[in-house]
Design a protein around this ligand. Structure first.
Ligand SMILES: O=C(O)c1ccccc1NCC(=O)[C@H](O)[C@H](O)COP(=O)(O)O
Length: 253
């Protein structure tokens, strides 16, 4: 699946145009996650559909969802901007940026410098860079480009092999462990346990995918995660604010 997504992404890049320049207020993802009042920082995702689950939320108003996340006290909002596989759009991010005062992460498959520039143009505070999608030197170049443009990067890896490859090049400030294997879609929270042992102490560790409940949150925090990235579980909640509360504090709190 990852190869298919990247092949489509390359075609999109050939047709990509930059939108008009706008000014946006910036928020730091790292600082926001570090200062979370919960047991871990929460990056709450705006995600209508996915290759592994199909449509996740029929009643999908991205700005309303992001507004509710913001009111619920999340530390950051992740916005899927990929259209083809996730039914996202880059305009979702720009529109969301107008109504929230937390950092906004652009969730897409970034493999080219023009997409990093585009991310700054559309108002992202941070971008996702996927270790499995890039050579380590390319990833580092895009990371440095993002920094020059005032963006942070969440550097995501799934396997030990990819983590070693990235760390041989540089130490990311924010390191995501994706519990989902992007080739098979198998998702195990124990991936965070395995990978946390190899992660540098200096990196802020984010556990991504497959976190559904407060018990799941406690499990990955126990493995060393300082933040979680959650999509499906929150997107299936009718009441988003209650969903954030239940996830971060437990249903009986
Ligand atoms: O979610 C998918 O099916 C997927 C498939 C292929 C590549 C990436 C995919 N997801 C991106 C993500 O990393 C998740 O949206 C994110 O970590 C949240 O996961 P979840 O809480 O399990 O929705």
């Amino acid at each position: 699946m990852l190869e298919t997504i990247l092949a489509v992404k390359k075609q999109e890049i050939d047709r990509l145009f930059l939108p008009e320049e706008q000014t946006f207020k910036h928020y730091s993802l790292y600082q926001s996650l570090k200062n979370s009042p919960f047991e871990a920082g929460l990056i709450a995702e705006v995600k209508k559909a996915s290759p592994s689950k199909g449509i996740i939320r029929e009643d999908f108003n991205p700005v309303r969802i992001a507004h509710d996340y913001n009111e619920a006290g999340v530390q950051a909002i992740s916005v899927l901007t990929d259209q083809h596989f996730f039914q996202g759009h880059r305009d979702f991010l720009t529109n969301i940026k107008q109504v929230v005062d937390v950092p906004v992460l652009r969730k897409d498959f970034i493999i080219d410098s023009i997409q990093v520039a585009e991310s700054a143009y559309i108002g992202a505070d941070a971008i996702l860079l996927i270790g499995e999608a890039l050579e380590a030197h390319q990833l580092h170049e895009l990371y440095l480009q993002a920094q020059e443009l005032g963006l942070e990067a969440l550097v995501e890896v799934h396997s030990e092999e990819t983590l070693e490859k990235v760390l041989a090049q540089f130490t990311p400030e924010i390191l995501g462990i994706n519990n989902r294997n992007l080739h098979t879609f198998e998702t195990k929270l124990s991936q965070t346990e395995r990978m946390a042992k190899l992660a540098p102490k200096e990196s802020l560790l984010v556990s991504e995918s497959g976190v559904f409940t407060y018990e799941d949150l406690q499990e990955v925090v126990g493995y060393g995660a300082e933040a979680v990235l959650v999509g499906e579980s929150l997107m299936r909640q009718q009441n988003i604010k209650q969903g954030v509360h239940n996830l971060m504090k437990g249903e009986n709190a």
